[in-house]
Write a protein that binds this ligand. Sequence first.
Ligand code: SAM
Length: 143
Amino acid sequence: MFDTFEGHAVVDPTVDGKHKVGKQFKATSLEKVERYLRYYDNVQITKGDFCQTATVLDEVGDFWSVHVDVDVYPVTLFALRYFANRMVPGGMIVVDDYGFKRTRGAEKAVEEFVGSRDDYARLHLLTGQAVLIKLAAGSSDAG
Ligand SMILES: C[S@@+](CC[C@H](N)C(=O)[O-])C[C@H]1O[C@@H](n2cnc3c(N)ncnc32)[C@H](O)[C@@H]1O
């Protein structure tokens, strides 16, 4: 898992509304989350802007499940592009807050991503998330 633990690192003021750099989500710390998750030996936490820290995953194999919950446009789009070619067929990227007015940046990033990729199908859950499913090669022609 990845977080700055200092709130947003980058926002797009044209779409991210009230979200500001370093303003929200600061009432936590790496140490608190490490303590909370101390009983799980399969968790690795990386602190920092995901646009910079994603490189720690460069040598990791394919992914079948990714959860993106960063609320704002620039890093949501970055994460989608980062994982796009790393997902196994049938793998799912869940983007939280896709359907909510207060997080238009997440919606914009998903729309842009899906519009540029015919190898992903999108589900919009009633609970607000988008689920992006990586299609098997050739299946996007099936209709
Ligand atoms: C809605 S909170 C979700 C936090 C956590 N997933 C949870 O459910 O408690 C959004 C989180 O995205 C983090 N975030 C925003 N921009 C980020 C970035 N560029 N890199 C890493 N984390 C970022 C914020 O620090 C914040 O903790």
